[in-house]
Design a binder for this molecule. Structure first.
Ligand code: AHN
Ligand code: ZN
Length: 347
């Protein structure tokens, strides 16, 4: 009798776990309710975001070659970012560290941190990863899957938009000068060295992506650093990109998602910023949320399980980058920052 009971409960436990996993997966696919643009926002004046300039910043990165950790283009790119932020009048620092990749490779890594108004207490954090993938593991051509990709979109685009934001904010004087909030831009390194998707012999290693954000979240550049909230840009440059409501962003920072998407809609960028839920992703914002405790959202092209057909292939190069998309994202983020500065000025 006991044996039968044990057998019965044991038998029930296995499918029960499976059923739970399915429920969790199904829940993630369900659209989460979000009121669409019910709040009419005041759009405070901002300086112009120059899409040609943002595009040039992407081109300059790609021109160096793939920015894979432990390579010359990677070293050069870091120097280029440091001098660009300095030229734009931002305070800069490099956080150097050694990350250990999924396969044991030691990656000489650098998080690049630029600060505007470093003394201000109320801060907004913007971020993107700057390294590029050492593989094209999703490429159709199997013979080229172990060659590094250009990463114009994946790596280049987010950084291009953030450099342009830093440039225009840095050069303002008088009425368009941001003076109440502080802004930090972190370019995370070693995000894209995750385990290849076509490699089955290696055991799955948790947390093999996003090594730079994991390091920063555990070792902040300033003791006790925190921010009101953060916005991560990842793959924000492709033509006709659509940014959906990503699961972890909705879980940790729903009001920030609403603010950003409402702002985009009011600026006329509704075709890019779509009020539609998509599942939760492992990306730098996850570690900033979980380890650093700063609510951070992800603006990322991801829909129906896909980051775009060019993702992690050799087609991720300059010709998929659209100035219009860069503009929609850059102008939206700039508007959010200026609205935030005006809100604090009015207090
Ligand atoms: C994963 O593929 C697990 N996360 C997406 C993070 C990523 C890769 N962003 C750019 N490349
Ligand atoms: Zn990638």
């Amino acid at each position: 009798m006991n044996d039968i009971l044990r057998f019965a409960t044991g038998w029930f436990k296995l499918p029960a776990l499976g059923v739970w996993l399915c429920i969790i997966a199904a829940c993630q696919e369900q659209p989460k309710e979000m009121p669409q643009n019910t709040t009419k926002l005041i759009l405070h004046p901002t300086p112009e975001f120059n899409a040609d300039s943002a595009y040039t910043f992407v081109e300059q990165q790609v021109a160096l070659g793939p920015r894979v950790p432990n390579t010359e283009p990677h070293r050069k790119a870091a120097e280029m970012f440091l001098s660009a932020f300095r030229r734009f009048g931002w305070e800069v620092q490099a956080q150097d560290f050694e990350a250990i990749a999924y396969n044991g490779t030691i990656l000489k890594s650098r998080n690049i941190i630029a600060s505007y108004n470093p003394q201000a207490k109320r801060r907004i954090l913007l971020a993107a990863h700057w390294d590029t993938r050492p593989y094209a593991d999703m490429d159709e051509d199997k013979s080229r899957r172990r060659e590094a990709i250009d990463g114009a979109n994946d790596g280049g685009s987010g950084v291009g938009v953030l450099l342009e934001i830093a440039r225009v904010i840095g050069k303002q004087q008088d009425s368009l000068k941001i003076s109440h909030i502080g802004i930090d831009i972190i370019l995370f390194d070693s995000e894209d060295y995750g385990q290849p998707q076509d490699e089955e012999q290696v055991a799955f290693k948790k947390d093999s992506w996003c090594l730079g954000s994991q390091h920063w979240a555990k070792n902040k550049h300033r003791e006790g650093y925190t921010a009101y909230y953060g916005i991560l840009l990842d793959m924000v440059g492709a033509k006709d990109a659509r940014f959906l409501l990503e699961g972890h962003s909705m879980e940790y920072a729903p009001s920030v998602v609403k603010k950003v998407w409402d702002t985009a809609h009011q600026l006329g960028f509704g075709k890019y910023f779509v009020y539609e839920a998509t599942n939760s992703l492992i990306d730098d914002h996850l570690y900033v949320n979980q380890l650093a405790g700063i609510p951070m959202i992800d603006i990322i092209q991801y829909e129906k399980g896909s980051f775009g057909s060019f993702w992690h292939t050799h087609r991720d190069k300059m010709d998929i980058i659209s100035k219009e998309t860069l503009y929609a994202v850059g102008k939206t983020v700039l508007q959010v920052l200026y609205n935030e500065d005006a809100a604090i000025a009015e207090q």
